[in-house]
Structure formats: structure tokens, C-alpha cells
Design a protein around this ligand. Structure first.
Ligand code: ATP
Length: 890
């Protein structure tokens, strides 16, 4: 029957039978996971804490009677005994527990158990880490040991068990091993250490704290840094604590206690000052002490290697130099590659090796480039190898010494002055302001820079970024600070940045930047140290990759200092043979300090007196001359089959380009214009066109432009100029429009001046504190360079002849060219009557060189034109020439 029924229709599953299994599983998990379980457990834990506290406290008053009762019933039996009346407020249980904890356990120190259950209860009840349980457990454990032993020792003759059984046991051992005095001393030190560890009292002599710390933590301390003792003290203290326990609560204690945090030590940890709120914290209910402190890395000062070459290198250089002079006997037909004085000496002593002292140091001594083309079959292999050793352009000024860092000064303190109170106030203000507009945030972190602090905010999901951006002014108002800048969002980070100026600003010294590892050891062609980023990283870039720089800022905001910083960086890294500056200074004062390095680093037009160009007309000529130089360089590159100056110079150094075919080592040329607005106002297109042309094309041939202006308006910085200056610097400007003109973005009007700047480079806008270098420092650097032996004159740019001027000027063929004497000396000393020689050596245009040659012919110095051959030089030596020239004077 039953079977039949089954076959017909199986009975429906009985839910009552199936469900219990499944439910049981889920319920256990759910119960464990359920937050109510935590809350109940928390409440129980709090109750235990309270129970313990009352029982222990009560025991202190009732212990005598209760203790005798417990002994009477020999422990737990007291619970089953009838007619027992204990005095403890919590009855038999209270009396028994208190007796177990105090008498049989740790004495008075047992109160510490209350704190453990209290912390556990609070954390469970509130569902988050209000206090650190781990830390508390450590304190409780150590406290139990130290306090119980200490009290047992002090009250060892008392009836009340102050130290409990454990305390008394340990004290007994200690007294046995090291005597009463020894135990007393050990306990004193242990008690004091525990107190310091637990409460970290502030002592009035910071040096002492340093010593104590250094002594006890020598193994943890990072390698020593060259810095002040005081700075070391503060920083290591905080870091050590933070490092030893990666716990926000731990850090809190020290942030609250330490006011100033200096930078150098912190940077060793490879981090920056970043203050973080815990991930899940929201809004201002959490005070600053929930923040975490981390330090960002600052570039380590490099082991500055003196640029002075070692003795051996000098010897090598000299050997090479001697050999080259001996080997390269100028062919009669070929223009000599060394200067006349050297030629003469070699002619007189054809087989004598010249010692460097035999030259007049003031005359131009050119190292002799020997090139593959010159190597003739007869040259013996060994000599040939020597001849082909790489050409060194520095040999011309082979004893040039680079300026040393001692010429620079450290301005103010290098410490990051980081005031926790200021941080807390700003953070709370930001959070409160955002809260007023119903903007919730998830997380806030602060990075303390030299002049501004960046607060990075992660908004709660669903908050529109534009809303925060629109509150810029409100936040500025609530922080009562100028120079608030909001970056929403920070590119590549997904956070919103609020930059708030620091109350105490730090000057970034040029010396710090130049002594950094990054500056000392980089492979940049034109390294420039501009300043420090907000995270204290040094901003050092290659001008050659920029490749031109536009700089703007209202008057007095740090432009000139910025220009000096760039020029000084280059002077520290480049040899005079590698770099030339063309300085244009319509204001006439700013760049005049560089006059003393004229014969080392400056370039000028032929026939000009002054290397620093202040006259607009001459600026136009100079810019056009630079364009000619650019074209000439392109011709050379084309001929050499090179794409850029680096390839070309490498090839030249490897002696694969023949100087007789016009090839030469090409120094970089950096054009600096201090006040561009003045030039545009007076010369307009005449200036704009060559600048635009240079900016478009000159990069590959090693000509770079740095142009500064006070007035970044659209009629000064035109579209053509802007399009060709991808790297731009803005110091504080007076309006948002100016900021847009220079950076294509607002923000520069919010800067706070004194070197606070924004740089737009590689499509990113970065806020920097510009490095500070004072005029006396620049003076001492230029004097140091200027006092050394230089070239006979500034580097000559090609001559530029303004066709219009030429036409308007009625050229008097009777009067001699001002360069006549120079040309005559050149022709006589080289004994080559060639127009192209004059053109090349004197950097003149063809017309002027031709005219000079005609005048030389008329004066009887050279013979008539002989077609493709050079003219005959009729004056055979300089004495004869001097007589002729004197004759002209009379
Ligand atoms: N990087 C900096 N760090 C600290 N202070 C600075 C910095 N740059 C400039 N200053 C301060 O600002 C002053 C003015 O700077 P600077 O002469 O460079 O301004 P400027 O923009 O060139 O002005 P102007 O256009 O009138 O020549 C300096 O004398 C100096 O006190």
C-alpha cells in the first residue's frame, strides 16, 4: 500500500525536515557576522571590566575578612558552602575573583585587566578600532610584570599582597640573584622606562632625549645625515616611533607632541610629509590625531666630486697636446689649424715639442684637431693611433676650474616647518566647509612642501568634482588664506588637491639643489635646477629637451632670481667650450653681473664692444645673426649627415669631420631675453619673426631660448611665440587672463610670490618653489670664472648685414672698414689671401669679407685676384705689416 502510494505520487518534500540542516549553517555564520553579536559581546566585555574594577576595589577594603573565608573553605568550595557572608560588594564571586587576581596573581597591577576588557568592549560595541587592542595588550602585559614586581619589592613587609604571588616570586628571585640594592636599581630603571614608553613625557632638554634615543635605538636609526643636532633629534624621534609600529594611533601621540618636524631625516625614510586619515573615516568627527605622518624623499646631497681633473689626466692631456703640435705641420697650401704664434714657434723649432709654458698664456692656443682626412699613408701606425685619439674641445681652456659649491650660500633653515596645529586647523576647515555644502569626503591626506601644503581629498562616491572646484573662493575665505589653489582632479591620481600656503615658508637654496644627487650625476645636455616640488623633490630638467622656455610674472615675484637660478645651474655644469650665452637685457641692469664671464661664456656680434645687448637695434641684429648661425649649423649638419648637434659633435670629437671643410665643435647657445615686452613694444615684428623662427627650428642645432616678461599679455606673447614655447613658467601674475595667456590655465594669479611658481612642462602644470640665489652669490661665481684664463674674446656670432641699412647708408669706399686691421693681421699671419678665410674666421658675410679683401689689395697687402686660387700675400711678416699700418695712421 505504502509502495503503491509512493509510485503514484511521491510525497512532497517536507520543508520542516529539509530546512533545519541548511539553516543551521547559515545561522552560525550569520550570528558570528552579525554586528549585534559584536555589540552584545562588547557590552559583556564592558560589564566584565566594571565587575573586575568593583571587585578589585572592594577587595582593597575587605580583603582581610574575605581572604580568611576563602582560605577557610579552601578556594572554590566557598561557592557551594552555605551560610557564608563575604564583605566584597560583589559577593562571593567578587571576593573569589579579586582574591585570585590580587593575592594569587599580580597584586594591585591586576587593575590593568580592567583596561583590557574596557578597550575590547568599546571596540566591539562601536564596531571599529576606537583604541588599539594590540597596543593596550602590550601595555597591560608589561605593566603587570613591572608594576607587580616593583610593588612586591617596595611593600615586601606588608600583609597586603601588593605585588601578588607572581610579583613576590619574581622579587624573591631578583633579591636572591642581585641583592636588595641591585633589585631596587633594576626596578627603578624598569619602572622609569615603562613610564617613558607609556606616557612619553616631554623633557626640557631635547639634547638629552636625543642621546637617550640614539643610545637605545642605535640599531634602528638610519645612517647619519649631515644636519643639525636638533633637527636630527626631532625627526628620528617621530620616525622611530612610527616605524616601530605601523599604527595610526601610535603616530598620533608624537604628532601631537612634536611641533616642528625637520626634513632631512625624514627624507631618509624615502617618504614625504603626508598626513592621512584612515580609509573609512568620514568628515570632521575625527580630529587631526587620526592623521598619519609620512615623509617624502628629498634628493640626497651627492658626494660632490671636484671638477678639478686629477694629476694624471693633466699629464695625459699635455702629452696629447705636445704630440699634436709636433705632428701637424701646416702644409703651405692649407690654412693652418693652429694660431700663428704657435705656427711660428713650430717653424722655428720644427722638431721641438713645445711645453705649455712656452706659450704666452694670454694668446689663443687652439688644441689641434687632427682628422681622418689628414692621416696620410706615411704616418706610422703608432703615431696614427695617437693622432686619432678623440678631440677634446676643453683643451683650449684645459686648466679651467668649475665653480665650487662653497661660492653658494644656504638661505635660512632647510627644515620643513610642519606645524600640526596648522595642519589640523586647515584640515578641519576644509572638511567643515565641504560639509556645509553637503560634500562628503572619504579620505584626506596632506603633503607639506616648502611654501604650500597640498591637501588631497578623495570625495565620497557620487560627489561631482565641479562642485568642489566651484567652492574655491569659499574654502579660501574659510581658511582666511591667500593663494589657495584647487586642482580638481589631480592628473593621474584621481584625487582633488587643495593647496594652502604655509604660515612659515621655507627658502629653497640653490646650493641644496646643486649639491643634490640628481644634479651632480645626470646625463642631461643642459641641466637646469629650477626649484622644489610640493613633495620636496628637486625639479631638475634638461633645457635641451624643453627646448625653449617662456617665463612670465608680475614685477617683484621672482623672475630675475629664476633666470639667475637657470644661468647658475648651467655655469656649474658646463665648460666654456660647450656653452655660450647670448644675453639680451633691455632693462640694462639685471644681466650686467655676467659681464665678467664674457671671454668664457658669452657670445656677441663681430665688431661690437659689449656682450650684453641692451640696445633694441642691436637685439634685432643679434637675433638675425643667430638665425644665420642656425642656418650655418644646419648646413654643417647636412654635410656631416647628422640629425642633431649631439650626433654632430660626437662625430667631430671622433675626428670624423674635417675642420678644413669648415667643421668645428659646436657649443650650445642659450639666448636669454630678460624683458621681452620692451623689445616687442619697440621693434615688434622685427623681433618676433627671428624669435619665432629660432624657436621653431633651432632646437636640433643646439640653440635654445629663454624669454622672460613682466607683461604676459596676448599682444606680447603672440600665438606664434606661444606655439613654439612648450615649456612655460609663471610666477605670480596680476590676473587670471595673464595666467591663461602664459599657461593656458588659471592659477598663476593665486600664487603667493617670492619664487612661488607654476611650470607647464610635458603637458603637466607643477607648482614649485623656485630656488633662491642672491646677487652676491652670482657675483662670486662670475668673478671666480672671470678671473680664470679665458678665450681672447667672446664667441663671435656671424655678421648680419641689414640690407635696408646698407642701401640707406652711403657707403664711402674711401674709408676703411673698422675690421681692416684685424683682417690684415689674419691674412699676414696665415699667409693666405683668401676671402673665405676672412669670412670664416671673422664670422663676416661674404660681401663684407670681399670688400675687406679689396681694401687689402688696395693697401698692397695682398696681390690681385687669381681666380680660384688664394691671392698672394705680399707682406711676409707681422713687423712689416705693423709698419704699413702705422703708415696709414700717419
Ligand atoms: N625663489 C625665491 N625664494 C625666496 N625669495 C625670493 C625668491 N625669488 C624672489 N624672491 C624675493 O623676491 C624679490 C624680488 O625678486 P626678483 O627680483 O627676482 O623679482 P622680479 O620678478 O625679477 O622683479 P622685476 O621684474 O621687477 O625685476 C627678491 O629680492 C627676493 O627677496
Amino acid at each position: 500500500m505504502a509502495n503503491r502510494i509512493k509510485k503514484k505520487s511521491p510525497p512532497p518534500p517536507n520543508p520542516a525536515k529539509l530546512s533545519p540542516d541548511k539553516q543551521e549553517d547559515v545561522t552560525v555564520k550569520e550570528i558570528v557576522k552579525d554586528e549585534r553579536t559584536y555589540k552584545i559581546a562588547g557590552t559583556i566585555s564592558l560589564l566584565v571590566a566594571l565587575f573586575l574594577f568593583v571587585a578589585l576595589a572592594s577587595y582593597a577594603f575587605t580583603w582581610q575578612d574575605d581572604q580568611s573565608l576563602i582560605f577557610k573553605f579552601s578556594g572554590v568550595k566557598i561557592f557551594s558552602a552555605e551560610d557564608v557572608h563575604v564583605n566584597n560588594l560583589l559577593g562571593v564571586l567578587g571576593a573569589y575573583v579579586a582574591h585570585s587576581f590580587i593575592y594569587k596573581g599580580f597584586g594591585v597591577a591586576s587593575f590593568l585587566f580592567c583596561s583590557f576588557f574596557f578597550v575590547l568592549g568599546i571596540n566591539l560595541l562601536f564596531g571599529r578600532k576606537v583604541f588599539s587592542l594590540k597596543r593596550n595588550a602590550r601595555y597591560v602585559f608589561t605593566g603587570l610584570l613591572v608594576i607587580s614586581v616593583t610593588l612586591a619589592f617596595i611593600f615586601r613587609n606588608s600583609h597586603f599582597s601588593y605585588g601578588g604571588a607572581y610579583g613576590e616570586l619574581l622579587t624573591g628571585w631578583l633579591i636572591k640573584w642581585i641583592g636588595v640594592v641591585g633589585t631596587g636599581l633594576v626596578l627603578l630603571v624598569a619602572g622609569f622606562s615603562y613610564f617613558v614608553w607609556r606616557f612619553n613625557p616631554t623633557f626640557t632638554w631635547p639634547e638629552k632625549k636625543l642621546a637617550a634615543f640614539a643610545g637605545t635605538n642605535a640599531s634602528m636609526a638610519p645612517e647619519p645625515q649631515p644636519q643639525t643636532e636638533e633637527a636630527d633629534n626631532n625627526e628620528s624621534y617621530i620616525l622611530k616611533q612610527y616605524k616601530s609600529d605601523d599604527n595610526a594611533d601610535e603616530a598620533r601621540l608624537y604628532i601631537e607632541k612634536e611641533v616642528a618636524v625637520s626634513s632631512n631625516k625624514l627624507k631618509k625614510e624615502g617618504k614625504g610629509v603626508v598626513v592621512l586619515m584612515p580609509e573609512d573615516d568620514i568628515m570632521s568627527e575625527y580630529p587631526l590625531h587620526d592623521l598619519r605622518l609620512v615623509e617624502k624623499e628629498e634628493d640626497e646631497p651627492a658626494n660632490v666630486v671636484s671638477k678639478e681633473e686629477p694629476e694624471e689626466e693633466y699629464r695625459e692631456v699635455n702629452d696629447l697636446f705636445k704630440l699634436e703640435i709636433k705632428e701637424v705641420q701646416p702644409d703651405e697650401e692649407v690654412e693652418p689649424v693652429i694660431e700663428m704664434q704657435v705656427d711660428e714657434a713650430v717653424k722655428k723649432h720644427p722638431f721641438k715639442t713645445l711645453e705649455p709654458e712656452e706659450f704666452d698664456l694670454e694668446m689663443e692656443i687652439k688644441s689641434v684637431p687632427v682628422f681622418e682626412d689628414d692621416v696620410v699613408e706615411e704616418v706610422q701606425p703608432s703615431k696614427r693611433d695617437l693622432k686619432l685619439s678623440p678631440y677634446d674641445p676643453m683643451l683650449d681652456l684645459r686648466d679651467y676650474k668649475y665653480p665650487s659649491l662653497e661660492l653658494l650660500e644656504t638661505h635660512g633653515s632647510e627644515k620643513i616647518v610642519h606645524d600640526p596645529v596648522e595642519l589640523e586647523n586647515n584640515k578641519n576647515q576644509i572638511i567643515a566647509t565641504l560639509k556645509n555644502y553637503d560634500i562628503a569626503i572619504q579620505r584626506i591626506a596632506a603633503t607639506v612642501g616648502p611654501t604650500v601644503t597640498l591637501y588631497e581629498i578623495v570625495p565620497a562616491p557620487g560627489v561631482r568634482i565641479s562642485r568642489i572646484k566651484n567652492l574655491e573662493d569659499d574654502i579660501a575665505l574659510s581658511l582666511a588664506a591667500l593663494g589657495i589653489r584647487i586642482i580638481a582632479p589631480i592628473p593621474g591620481k584621481g584625487t582633488i588637491g587643495i593647496e594652502v600656503p604655509n604660515v612659515t615658508k621655507r627658502v629653497v637654496s640653490m646650493k641644496t639643489l646643486l649639491s643634490s644627487e640628481k644634479f651632480q650625476h645626470n646625463t642631461y645636455s643642459l641641466p637646469i635646477a629650477i626649484g622644489k616640488k610640493i613633495d620636496n623633490e628637486n625639479f631638475i630638467v634638461d633645457l635641451a629637451t624643453m627646448p625653449h622656455l617662456l617665463m612670465a610674472g608680475a614685477t617683484g615675484q621672482g623672475k630675475s632670481v629664476g633666470l639667475n637660478a637657470i644661468l647658475v645651474s648651467l655655469l656649474y655644469k658646463k665648460h666654456p667650450s660647450q656653452l655660450k650665452f647670448v644675453l639680451v637685457d633691455p632693462k640694462k641692469v639685471e644681466l650686467s653681473i655676467y659681464k665678467s664671464i664674457e671671454k668664457h661664456f658669452l657670445a656677441r656680434l663681430p665688431g661690437e664692444e659689449d656682450s650684453i645687448i641692451t640696445d633694441t637695434k642691436k637685439v634685432v641684429h643679434t637675433l638675425n645673426a643667430l638665425c644665420i648661425e642656425m642656418d650655418n649649423r644646419y648646413d654643417l649638419l647636412k654635410e656631416a649627415g647628422c640629425r642633431n648637434i649631439k650626433e654632430y659633435n660626437d662625430k667631430f670629437v671622433a675626428r670624423r669631420l674635417n675642420p678644413e671643410k669648415g667643421h668645428q665643435f659646436l657649443p650650445f647657445i642659450v639666448l636669454v631675453v630678460d624683458e621681452f615686452a620692451d623689445l616687442i613694444m619697440t621693434a615688434g615684428k622685427e623681433v618676433e619673426m627671428p624669435i619665432a623662427r629660432l624657436a621653431q627650428l633651432a632646437r636640433a642645432v643646439g640653440i635654445h631660448l629663454i624669454i622672460a616678461t613682466q607683461r604676459p599679455s596676448v599682444n606680447i606673447i603672440t600665438g606664434t611665440i606661444k606655439a613654439n614655447f612648450p615649456a612655460r613658467i609663471a610666477f605670480k601674475v596680476s590676473s587670471k587672463i595673464d595666467s591663461r595667456t602664459i599657461l593656458d590655465a588659471g592659477g598663476a594669479e593665486q600664487l603667493i610670490g617670492k619664487g612661488d611658481m607654476l611650470i607647464s612642462f610635458n603637458g603637466e602644470i607643477t607648482r614649485l618653489q623656485c630656488a633662491f640665489v642672491d646677487t652676491p652669490e652670482v657675483d662670486s661665481i662670475t668673478d671666480y670664472i672671470g678671473d680664470q684664463r679665458g678665450y681672447p674674446q667672446a664667441f663671435l656670432l656671424p655678421e648680419y648685414v641689414d640690407e635696408k641699412e646698407l642701401e640707406s647708408k652711403d657707403f664711402d669706399s674711401g674709408s676703411r672698414d673698422p675690421l681692416f686691421e684685424d683682417a690684415a693681421r689674419l691674412v699676414v699671419s696665415s699667409q693666405i689671401g683668401s676671402t673665405s678665410l676672412i669670412q670664416r674666421r671673422m664670422k663676416l658675410g661674404y660681401n663684407r669679407a670681399g670688400r675687406l679683401m679689396d681694401q687689402l689689395e688696395a693697401a698692397g697687402i695682398v696681390g690681385p685676384n687669381q681666380g680660384s686660387k688664394a691671392r698672394e700675400v705680399q707682406v711676409k711678416n707681422e713687423m712689416e705689416l705693423e709698419e704699413i699700418l702705422e703708415g696709414f695712421l700717419n
